[in-house]
Design a protein around this ligand. Structure first.
Ligand code: ADP
Ligand code: MG
Length: 350
């Protein structure tokens, strides 16, 4: 697609629900289907950046773009995945909120900056932080659609409802064309989470994607430890299959996205995507490429999970838990005695 590429912000007002993981793996899977994808990391944590750029972190990125210090072409880096480029988070991004707040925050600036230099791109995915700072506001004003990853737990449900209200506020004020592309259930595996998944589906209906991402720490956390997208680290994993299915959902929604971008009534036909088999082959080819580059052997700061730990064994008389409880009881008893004595003394004096 030429001109304005569709921009999807991946956002949830709660942290740790799989936003960054979704951006990174969805970008790779869309590229596996033949799309040209740009990932913009607007989270100062920079996790999307380190998922691609382990070998060499970009020196200039979102901060330089947003503050007018560089153009999109100057900050857009290719990654080792054909078809995925990155505008990364650098250390300066942590202060961009403050700088943009005190200078004139140009609303929708990110969209304009991408439109000015993103003619070759098919789709842009923006990894948002959970907080509503200047960068999140800019991303939600610039985006045409939002994907909301949510894990089906009670706390995450509250976060999802908060996210819902925030998106509704943006729709009614700053970005009326913004739509929720879908809610992606992530990291779900226990009984309670299944129950919560039913609640979320009952509340949100078809907005919940028919694909969910299962909880697979050995794949996702280990992949993060290697600074690689999970679907490249383990292309045969359930997670890789699930993110390919999410990419298919995004491809299905492309006509609506393009209508929103172009503000058209018609139904522009997107370029046909590669087959599922071709996409799976592309993931396997990138895995081999990562192996040949030595990326599967090294880990970044986070240690690999390694083999499963044996269950902890505590001696029955001296568990840390019991020792703590005993000291707590003593502390409560002594405090109570002091207060009791003080009260008695006051009563006598009074
Ligand atoms: P967010 O961007 O919303 O803060 P992340 O994508 O960083 O969330 O995910 C939080 C943590 O959960 C990370 O350590 C990530 O590796 C892990 N994670 C994400 N998805 C999965 C999954 N499907 N199974 C297991 N761990 C996951
Ligand atoms: Mg994140």
């Amino acid at each position: 697609m030429s001109g304005n590429p569709p921009i999807i912000a991946v956002f949830n007002a709660k942290g740790g629900v799989g936003k960054t993981t979704t951006v990174v793996n969805l970008a790779v899977c869309l590229a596996a289907f033949g799309r040209k994808v740009l990932v913009v990391d607007v989270d100062a944590q920079g996790n999307a950046t380190t998922s691609f750029a382990k070998a060499e972190l970009p020196r200039r990125g979102t901060y330089d773009l947003m503050t007018g210090r560089a153009t999109l072409a100057e900050v857009m880096h290719p990654t080792f995945i054909d078809g995925v480029s990155l505008v990364g988070a650098t250390d300066d991004l942590g202060i961009v909120d403050v700088e943009l707040a005190v200078s004139s925050l140009q609303q929708g600036r990110l969209r304009d900056l991408i439109a000015a230099g993103g003619g070759e791109l098919d789709i842009v995915l923006v990894d948002c932080p959970p907080a509503i700072g200047a960068m999140t506001v800019n991303a939600l004003i610039s985006a045409h659609a939002v994907i909301v990853p949510a894990n089906p737990t009670p706390f995450a449900h509250d976060g999802l409802m908060r996210t819902w209200h925030i998106v509704k506020r943006f729709r009614s004020t700053l970005n009326p064309a913004l739509f929720v592309h879908g809610v992606l259930l992530t990291l779900a595996d226990s009984q309670q989470e299944w129950a919560m998944e039913h609640v979320m589906k009952a509340e949100l209906g078809d907005l919940v994607y028919p694909v969910r991402v299962s909880h697979e720490p050995r794949v996702f956390v280990d992949a993060a430890g290697h600074g690689l997208p999970a679907c490249v680290f383990a292309p045969a994993s359930a997670g890789a299959r699930e993110y390919l299915s999410l990419a298919e959902q995004v491809l299905l929604g492309e006509p609506r996205l393009h209508r929103t971008v172009l503000n058209l009534a018609g139904n522009p036909d997107p370029v046909p995507a590669a087959s599922r088999q071709a996409a799976e082959n592309a993931l396997s080819a990138w895995h081999v490429k990562a192996r040949d580059m030595g990326l599967l052997n090294q880990t970044i700061n986070i240690p690999s999970l390694g083999p499963a730990l044996p269950p902890p064994v505590f001696a029955p008389e001296a568990t840390p838990h019991r020792t703590c409880s005993t000291w707590l009881l003593v502390a409560v008893a002594v405090t109570g005695a002091i207060f009791g004595a003080a009260a008695a003394l006051l009563t006598m004096l009074g």
